[in-house]
Design a protein around this ligand. Structure first.
Ligand SMILES: [Zn+2]
Length: 187
């Protein structure tokens, strides 16, 4: 049953173009254990063997097989009460991350669900697995964060919840981008 939750969200992220063929990663926490997508797995067609089980705090034989963002996922679980994480590369959100320090959705649904989404990683090149503490700290206050020029991290109690934040963020960023393109000021 666990794998079907990963498959549903992974397939949809891929179908919506929120990840490329081999990017993005998903995880859930169950007690002291963490289930995360395999390094370089294809979210659009996840199989049972694409899920890696390892510790939230401790390494084991499976740890090297986990996504390259494992350190970020672990840090989020260690510092927040989240039980599920979605990391994606939503194009409009990443585009705006180059120019904005925070995203404030202007549409009704986006604004209700995500009043503000901070953009982290200004002035540096962030490699996978880096900024783990900063991302976790921000997710204590916000439901989703963006890493500049990279992608989004959203956390919730269920994968579907974190996925909802991810799609809402991208929808709001698409609208913000279109409004900017039309020269419509929101102030
Ligand atoms: Zn990424």
């Amino acid at each position: 049953m666990l794998v079907s939750q990963f498959q549903a969200v992974g397939r949809d992220l891929c179908a919506r173009g929120l990840v490329s063929s081999h990017s993005g990663n998903l995880s859930i926490k169950l007690g002291e254990r963490l289930f995360i997508t395999h390094r370089n797995s294809m979210l659009g067609c996840l199989a049972e063997q694409d899920l890696v089980e390892t510790g939230v705090n401790k390494n084991d034989r499976s740890t090297p097989l986990a996504s390259t963002e494992l350190a970020v996922h672990r840090s989020i679980y260690q510092h927040t009460c989240a039980s599920a994480i979605v990391h994606a590369h939503p194009a409009y959100a990443v585009t705006l991350s180059f120019s904005e320090r925070e995203i404030v959705p202007c549409d009704v649904e986006g604004n209700l669900l995500l009043p503000k989404v901070p953009v982290l990683g200004w002035g540096m090149t962030v490699k996978p697995g880096e900024l783990a503490v900063e991302i976790a700290d921000a997710l204590n206050e916000y439901k989703a964060v963006l890493v500049r020029g990279h992608g989004s991290f959203a956390a919730g109690q269920l994968l579907e919840e974190a996925y909802h934040y991810t799609t809402t963020l991208e929808e709001s960023c698409r609208l913000l981008y279109l409004l900017k393109t039309l020269g419509i000021s929101l102030r």
